[in-house]
Design a protein around this ligand. Sequence first.
Ligand SMILES: [Zn+2]
Length: 106
Amino acid sequence: MPRSLTAKLKWQLILALARRLPDCKTITPKLGESVDRRLSYRDRVINRLHLFTCEACRRYLSQIKFLHTALAVAANDPETFPTAELSSDAKERIKKVISSSIGNVF
Ligand SMILES: [Zn+2]
């Protein structure tokens, strides 16, 4: 099935960009940062161009955005993360178990 001229040009552009842009291993930390804070203009442009060329990184960004939102919602829900603390007795028991297995670090 012949592809349209537009589709062929799009793939030529994607291939040309992919050869000149940083690889996925370099981009993924920046994608993570972009969820937490506003990146520099240069990094935003590079991220967007890379995302235009890379389906895997688009999926990765979508997943970390989902996790970021889910954790933000869960953190504000007391039923998900109860604020109850361990009793001092329980803390001492845990310290004893850890100390006996890895040596006395406390
Ligand atoms: Zn990628």
